[in-house]
Design a binder for this molecule. Structure first.
Ligand SMILES: [Zn+2]
Length: 472
């Protein structure tokens, strides 16, 4: 942020402008010369790295292995599953062929087709199952409107997992298990509360029998889809001739799922927790959880720095002893970058064998005896992680409502997420979207859904208990 002042707009007055200023001034990301493509600066990549570590630990615990596949997909492979090809067609960027005998190559918008071509070669018998592979890679979705850093861009980073199973029961159980892992990433790492649910037919992944989702609701009244897990049933297996010799000595089509989360998670975290001073990072996701800022005067410099170094050692924090910036300037910078705990120590504190501890989320400032600093910091980080999730959950719950009639629904969905009884018909859903100018179905909650009653819009028999809202 160099010489720039802080953020010049208030979050609740102009969220889009607030968001882009926070992203740039906290040095998370920068724009690039390529339209719709983002530069992830080291600060956001460090958060992504933490997310990768957290998620890898979860998936390794159930036997997932990471691999890599090419980003180019020959057109003939891409077109093999017709629903999938149709669904993604508008978003695909192509590399045109150089020679007559060659094929056009799609830049992967997702990797099902390139991976399942290999899966067809690798899977021979039930002994090869389950096959469970995850990719950390980049993705291209060329036709992106309304580009927004981390939330929507032409190229982004994600992970995509692709599993093959012997039975449908195993498929169903594991598809939900990966959704649960996503909930843990969102809530336990990023402190962003989510609803686990099931998509309508219209909002499903192209080629899937069912799509499960975690949805969060942002403070500006729009939902954000944070991660999805797709039940692909046997459709891709049949299109790609994936077969295995079963325990009964006969050939069968296996059952498949795919699941993904992306750098969009970072955007959700920024929007959910940030304030008028900048980012507010939950401790577990913060590249720098603790910063120590000594208050330097020439005559006491040595004493203060010595104590600051002791604190640094005890807390494993970052010591900001740059002497060409004032303490006040440093406070602003670390607040902008959302560092969870700031420790200040000046000559008067040294005399009292204490330091000042400041929480970024609440601004609360308390003196702490130097002998207690290690424990106090670790306890505060833990409390803060929990408090941030609780606060966000309360905020989200206050923005969720229900409705049983069309007029009321139209009013409430201006800035709320609204739960209704819904018929599930794609045509009814299309009408809702068109007549409201963009309200879409988000999900039917996995827990506590009660689909009995009449559709709030068309009056037909309801088949779902559905959340609707505007969305990113
Ligand atoms: Zn209806």
């Amino acid at each position: 942020m160099a010489k720039d002042k802080g953020i010049t707009v208030k979050k609740d007055e102009d969220m889009p402008e607030w968001y882009s200023q926070v992203i740039l001034k906290s040095e998370l990301a920068d724009y690039s010369p390529v339209k719709g493509c983002l530069v992830m600066r080291p600060y956001s990549y460090a958060i992504w790295q933490k997310l990768m570590d957290f998620f890898n630990e979860l998936i390794f615990s159930v036997g997932v292995e990471n691999a890599y596949f090419p980003m180019f997909i020959p057109e003939s492979l891409f077109a093999k599953e017709s629903e999938h090809a149709k669904g993604f067609a508008p978003e695909v960027a192509w590399v045109e062929k150089k020679e007559e005998h060659e094929e056009r190559l799609a830049l992967r918008p997702t990797s099902e087709t390139i991976m399942y071509d290999s899966y067809a070669k690798w899977i021979r018998s039930y002994r090869d199952l389950p096959l469970i592979i995850n990719l950390w890679c980049n993705i291209i979705r060329w036709e992106v409107k309304d580009v927004k850093p981390f939330l929507r861009s032409r190229e982004f980073l994600w992970q995509e997992g692709h599993c093959v199973y012997e039975t449908q029961e195993e498929l169903h159980k594991e598809t939900l298990q990966y959704l649960e892992f996503y909930r843990q990433v969102a809530e336990d790492l990023l402190a962003v509360p989510v609803i686990k649910g099931e998509k309508t037919e219209k909002e499903r992944f192209a080629g899937a029998d069912n799509t499960y989702t975690i949805e969060s609701f942002m403070p500006d009244g729009k939902a954000l889809q944070m991660g999805t897990s797709h039940d692909l049933s046997q459709g891709f297996a049949k299109s790609f001739n994936i077969e295995y010799l079963g325990r009964d000595e006969k050939f069968h089509a296996p059952w498949q799922n795919s699941w993904g989360i992306s750098t969009r998670m970072i955007g959700a975290m920024v929007m959910m927790h940030g304030d008028d001073k900048g980012l507010v990072l939950p401790p577990k996701a913060a590249p720098i959880p603790v910063v120590i800022v000594p208050i330097i005067f020439e005559d006491t410099k040595k004493k203060v720095l010595a104590k600051a170094k002791e604190i640094q050692k005890a807390t494993k924090g970052k010591l900001d002893d740059r002497d060409h910036y004032s303490a006040g300037w440093k406070f602003n910078q670390w607040e902008m970058k959302g560092v969870p705990i700031r420790i200040e120590i000046g000559p008067k504190d040294v005399e009292k064998d204490q330091c000042m501890l400041v929480r970024r989320d609440t601004g609360e400032k308390v003196p702490v005896a130097l002998k207690d600093i290690k424990k106090t910091v670790s306890d505060t980080l833990e409390t803060m992680q929990k408090d941030m999730l609780d606060k966000a959950r309360k905020k989200m719950e206050s923005m969720i409502d229900s409705s049983d009639n069309w007029e009321d629904f139209q009013k409430k969905t201006k800035d709320k997420m609204v739960r209704v009884k819904f018929c599930g018909e794609p045509e009814c859903e299309e009408n809702i979207k068109a007549e409201t100018g963009g309200v879409t179905s988000r999900c039917q909650p996995l827990e506590g859904a009660d689909p009995t009653g009449k559709c709030f819009k068309c009056g037909k028999e309801a088949k779902m208990d559905m959340y609707f809202s505007r969305n990113y």
